[in-house]
Design a protein around this ligand. Structure first.
Ligand code: BTN
Length: 245
């Protein structure tokens, strides 16, 4: 089993901790479970080609490089598992966060953190996974509807304190990560917000439509009931608009 956090590299500034991890892997000098953390990223990346920006030293930004040895069709486990663990971790700070598919963390309709997973393949097996996480600890970016641990609790924490709790949970439940696939899928679905309610969706191409989120399929695609039939959508295909709170 991987020991997440077996090595901890703390950087003041880096382009992206995911890039730093990828370079270590490429150089053949990365130990399984290594964590790379930075106070500031000059080119932090988010999902869908977005950037990830954060004030220096106030928030948690890190990547974990690990050898999951999962086959390609099982890689969705990492995304589900990390979102579930973030939910549990935030609960340790008294925050009841929900997962916004595919793996964002939200509190009362505001984003508190996000995950960017990048994979390096070796044939049909995942050789290395890079799990990049950004969590708003003491500060919120102005660009999006966002919140932070401070905004939710009134307490300031060191980013490292939050990381320590996350790694503790991540290490402690690897039986969930590698065990029964459907148990993991169910746990993820239970953590998903905005299930079973009518929502407005926007397609990358084509008109917007209304539907009801029912869960995810085995590939991790969102299952949306549209006019009584179940449709599957990938992350790049659609986004849904949050109901007003
Ligand atoms: C998202 O919500 O779009 C995912 C955000 C992921 C941001 C983190 S910060 C640490 C790591 N390094 C990056 O460049 N991105 C991830």
């Amino acid at each position: 089993m991987t020991k997440f956090g077996s090595v901890l590299i703390q950087l003041a500034t880096v382009d992206s901790t995911n890039n730093y991890a990828a370079n270590l892997i490429q150089q053949g000098s990365c130990q399984d479970g290594s964590v790379i953390m930075a106070d500031y990223q000059t080119m932090g990346r988010g999902q869908r080609g977005n950037s990830w920006q954060s004030v220096s030293g106030e928030n948690l930004m890190f990547s974990i490089a690990f050898q999951s040895r999962l086959s390609i069709d099982q890689q969705i486990r990492i995304s589900w598992y990390s979102a579930i663990i973030w939910q549990q971790c935030l609960l340790r700070f008294g925050i009841d966060a929900q997962i916004k598919w595919p793996n964002d963390l939200y509190v009362r309709g505001r984003k508190i953190g996000g995950i960017l997973i990048e994979q390096q393949l070796n044939g049909t097996t995942l050789d290395w996974s890079i799990l990049g996480c950004g969590i708003n600890v003491n500060d919120t970016p102005d660009l999006v509807q966002a919140t932070s641990i401070y905004q939710e609790t009134g307490q300031r924490f060191k980013p490292l304190t939050v990381l320590t709790e996350f790694l503790d949970l991540l290490n402690g439940q690897q039986n969930l990560l590698f065990g029964d696939f459907f148990k993991l899928k169910r746990s993820f679905e239970e953590g998903m917000e905005w299930r079973n309610q009518l929502l407005q969706f926007e397609k990358k191409e084509g008109p917007s439509f209304e539907g009801i989120i029912r869960g995810v399929n085995e590939q991790g695609q969102l299952q949306v009931e549209v006019n009584g039939t179940m449709q599957s959508y990938g992350n790049q295909e659609i986004r849904f608009l949050l109901p007003r709170t």
